[in-house]
Structure formats: C-alpha cells, structure tokens
Design a protein around this ligand. Structure first.
Ligand SMILES: C[S@@+](CC[C@H](N)C(=O)[O-])C[C@H]1O[C@@H](n2cnc3c(N)ncnc32)[C@H](O)[C@@H]1O
Length: 315
C-alpha cells in the first residue's frame, strides 16, 4: 500500500493533524493513519497531492519510503530523482537524540548525487529528500515541488468574517467531498461558500441580512463560482434540507454581526434542526456550547486573545 507523509504547522496541532486524517478518510475510510508530533503518515491509495491540495495546514508533503533497499530507492522514488534536475536533503529528528544532523544531510546528498544526475541545490530544489526519524522508526520522504491552487479572492469583506484557514479546515473536518453540497446558514461575506467552491464542493448560503447576502453574491461572482444564496432566517434550512449534505458555519455572537437572538439559543436551535446524517462543523465562542445537548465527536479550542477563545464542534 503506498504511503505518504504530511508535515503540518504546529499551531493548533490537533486540528491540523485531524484535518489531514479527515480528508483522507472522506475518500478512503480504510486508510491507515499514524501521527508523530506534527507529521501524519498515511497508508492509502489516495494520492498525496489530493490531500495536500485541500489541507490548510500542511507545510510539506510527499511520498514515503519505510526502508532503504540495497539499491537505496524503489523505482518510483528513483525515477522522481532522475527526472529532477535539483534536490536537497533534510533530516527531521523527532527522537530524543539531539545530535547534529548536518553531517547526515551532507552524506545523504553525496550518496544520492552518485547514482542520479540530479544536483544538490539548497535554494528551491525540484525535490527534497527527507530522512525522518522518531525514537524507534526511520522513514524517507520524497517531496517534489508542489504548487497549491490559487486562493479565492474577496472583493468585499467585513470585520466579522471568518478566518479563511479555519473555515477551510472546518470544511475538511466535516468530511464533505467534491460534488457534495455544504450549507452555511449564517453565511455573512461568504467565506464558507468561497472555500467550498475552491474545493469543488457546491454551496448554499443563508443570511437574514440583505446587505450580507449582497456581499456574499459579489464575492462568489468575482471568482466565477456559483452558489445559492437565500436572504432568510437560518430556519429556512428546514425547507432546503434535502439539498445539502453538511453544515459548516460560525455562530454570530453579536460583536460585529447582527443577530436575531443570543448565541446559546441560536446554537441550540441550529443543532436541533440538523438531521442525523448530515456532516457538521460549527464554530462558536467558547462557552456558548456549555449547556448544549448534542453529541459532537470532536471539540477544538482556538485561542485568539485573552477575551476570545473560539471552539469548533465537529460531528
Ligand atoms: C459571524 S457572521 C458570519 C460570518 C461569515 N462566516 C463570514 O465569514 O463572513 C454571522 C452572520 O449571521 C447573520 N445572522 C445573524 N442572525 C441570523 C439569523 N437568525 N438567520 C440568518 N442569519 C443570521 C448575520 O447577518 C451575519 O452575517
């Protein structure tokens, strides 16, 4: 079974590793996953590029080799190096042994140079070969240059808009896939709709404020995306419940956004309207979920500043 590795950023580590795992599981529920610090290792036939393209917090990704054979590399990795004009080597040491690894990197570099035409380049190489070792295991990672898709642009924003990275991570944590449909019943400027569309996920937005619906529509149009946007109260969800597969949203809590009622009440009403089999990721201010009677699978805390910690609830 092919293996791949994903190095994620260390901020919000659990959320970042779970995001990668949720993406692969949404395509392959039998995928095997392992996490070592900020590295996720996945055994699956799903190409690593499919996961890396969607994941928000992945910094480095590529193919993984567990063992070195006598020939040093398997055929795919060998070809990858043969077809690259430049490479560099890096050691990632996750063990408690803190020896200097510079010599090891140099030795790997000169060994690879001997059997490939590829030249060492520390500046923007075509492929980086990683030696990753933990307390009891060692892996080789091959990370070819990988260009992520262009980011959607917003022509109009608002102080209450959701951070796009968290929004994208929420979509991925919900387990929704391409060609499925997401609904954001408090869509505001359309962050969820934009992120979903950029991942080829269909989107529906609802907002009771006409101005916010117009902002969402402009942002969607500016990117050439399509999205249904309803100027209604969020309870309009009931009428279109068969048209979406999941809900991704952040609850208004009255600082910069208009709200019809208090956040606790809104959250309680929202979850009571979500049918059992829908995929769900909801963000709210920490504490809003305190008395909520809802069996979510995961809860992540995102510290913003001393008077604001957000919570993401995923079902
Ligand atoms: C926190 S903002 C959403 C921000 C949005 N995620 C974005 O990135 O722009 C909350 C939105 O909920 C809307 N809203 C508040 N109460 C509502 C209700 N009862 N039904 C529908 N929309 C509501 C507000 O107009 C506001 O645009």
């Amino acid at each position: 079974m092919p293996e791949s590795f994903f190095i994620v950023s260390k901020d919000n580590l659990e959320l970042a590793t779970d995001e990668v795992i949720s993406i692969v599981r949404s395509y392959d529920r039998f995928a095997k996953t392992q996490v070592f610090s900020n590295i996720v290792i996945i055994q699956s036939t799903i190409p690593w590029q499919t996961i890396a393209r969607r994941a928000t917090f992945v910094k480095i990704a590529g193919l993984l080799l567990r063992k070195l054979s006598n020939l040093f590399l398997d055929e795919d990795s060998y070809l990858l190096l043969q077809n690259s004009s430049t490479f560099s080597c890096r050691v990632i040491n996750l063990s408690s042994d803190s020896s200097d690894t510079t010599e090891l990197e140099r030795a790997m570099g000169s060994m690879i140079s001997k059997f490939s035409q590829s030249k060492v380049s520390l500046n923007d190489p075509d492929v980086v070969v990683y030696l990753i070792f933990t307390e009891d295991q060692a892996f080789f990672g091959f990370s070819p240059k990988f260009v992520k898709d262009e980011r959607p642009k917003k022509v109009r924003g608002h102080p209450h808009e959701l951070d796009w990275k968290l929004c994208r991570a929420m979509i991925n944590l919900s387990g929704i896939k391409e060609d499925e449909t997401i609904c954001d019943p408090f869509c505001g400027t359309g962050t969820t709709l934009l992120e979903a569309s950029s991942m080829k996920i269909n989107s529906i937005g609802i907002d009771f404020d006409k101005k916010m619906c117009d902002v969402s529509r402009e942002n969607i149009k500016a990117n050439g995306f399509k999205s249904e946007i309803y100027n209604e109260d969020f309870s309009y969800m009931d009428k279109i419940v068969d048209s979406f597969d999941g809900i991704v949203t952040d609850i208004p809590y009255g600082r910069a956004s208009k709200t019809s009622e208090g956040p606790e009440k809104l959250l309680e009403k929202l979850v009571s309207k979500i049918p059992k089999r829908k995929k769900v990721a909801i963000m709210c201010k920490k504490g809003t979920e305190k008395n909520l009677k809802w069996n979510f699978a995961k809860r992540y805390e995102i510290y913003r500043h001393k008077s604001l910690t957000r919570v993401i609830l995923v079902k």
